[in-house]
Design a protein. Structure first.
Length: 355
């Protein structure tokens, strides 16, 4: 049975930076996001008072944001920025992007066959993996403001051993300092179970997952079928717990990226649904990416990166977990005690569809 625990530790609120430099495009994106997320008008306005623009804000842009729902205090702060930026150069004009030619998707019958191929892959995934050791780097972020201004809390480097289809974690470094604290005593938000359990539950026939082909995508240079899916609460085995005291099993939905050529699942996301209103965690979600890695001279598809996000009130928590330096399990396996640099953007972000 899949069990993925999501544990949220409440930390003291930290102040926003004294000043933040933004382009007009970044300012507009920020205000639009604040409107969509219903952030308090006073809170948004206070943050804008600390913003310094790098180019000119015009009255039309302020009016457009007001029309979208910016509150009176936010509009007042925007007008102050407009006055302060009068002498700056205008924002660069972006050339219109050509619309891509639509690429036909599979027929309903073909889509069903693709899901069945992906199901066979997912259900046998863990059995195909070799025994190995790798480095797991977890960068944990918090945002007490709820505005997605992330502050890094800590970096945990652990040795992950996968032996006979079981995972074992040993913390090696915390903020680049040697540590022997046990993984389950780290506190805050932690995550385990990325090596097959998520895949298995979503594709298990008993889960009765509803799949729907949605679109094409390009991920790490490979063409992907993207399927939207939904798992009902009555069929879910995803456990979400709060401070190891309270626990729920919510329904969830998400996206599955299936490689067009080999039907391997290369990305899967989960977003909790139907969370009780009195449960401390109001939002919980995970995205897991896979990529090719070499172990013992052979290529395998293995976890690359997982991102876990949660919300408790306005307090946000995010873990970015990377799996690096895979080695064959054995006495000769060597894992350097160091924290690798974060993965490059091209390994993470989806690229525009291409023919």
């Amino acid at each position: 049975m899949l069990r993925r625990d999501v544990i949220l530790g409440l930390l003291a609120a930290l102040g926003a930076p004294a000043q933040t430099k933004m382009t007009v495009a970044q300012l507009v994106s920020f205000v639009k996001s604040s409107i969509e997320l219903h952030h308090p008008d006073r809170q948004v306005a206070e943050y804008l008072k600390k913003v310094i623009l790098s180019n000119r804000l015009d009255a039309r842009t302020v009016e457009d944001l007001q029309g979208l729902g910016a509150g009176p205090r936010t509009v007042e702060a925007l007008n102050a920025l407009r006055e302060a930026s009068k002498s700056l150069p205008p924002p660069p004009v972006e050339a219109p992007k050509p619309k891509p030619t639509p690429i036909p998707g599979p027929s309903p019958l073909e889509a069903k066959k693709i899901v069945e191929e992906a199901r066979q892959y997912a259900l046998s995934f863990a059995k195909r993996l070799p025994d190995f050791i790798c480095t797991q780097v977890t960068r944990r972020y918090i945002d007490p403001s709820g505005l997605e201004f992330w502050q890094r809390d800590d970096v945990i480097t652990a040795r992950l051993t996968y032996f006979e289809q079981k995972e074992d974690y040993k913390v090696v470094l915390v903020n680049n300092r040697m540590s022997d604290v046990s993984y389950d005593r780290l506190g805050g938000s932690t995550s385990t179970g990325e090596f097959g359990s998520m895949l298995k539950e979503v594709f298990e026939p008993a889960t009765e997952t509803d799949f729907r082909w949605e679109r094409w995508a390009t991920l790490r240079g490979r063409r992907m079928h993207v399927f939207a899916y939904r798992v009902l609460k009555s069929r879910s085995q995803w456990h979400v717990s709060f401070e190891r005291r309270l626990e729920i099993v919510p329904g969830y939905n998400g996206l599955v990226y299936v490689d067009r050529d080999n039907f391997a699942v290369m990305r899967i996301s989960l977003e909790a649904q139907d969370i009780p209103t009195d449960f401390p965690i109001q939002q919980a979600g995970t995205t897991l990416d896979y990529d090719f890695a070499e172990i013992g001279g052979q290529q395998y598809i293995l976890p690359l990166r997982a991102v876990m996000r949660m919300r408790n009130g306005k307090f946000l928590s995010k873990n970015e977990v990377e799996f690096r330096m895979y080695r064959k399990f054995g006495a000769e396996a060597i894992i350097r005690f160091e924290t690798p640099e974060p993965l490059p953007e091209e390994k993470i972000n989806e690229q525009p569809p291409r023919p």
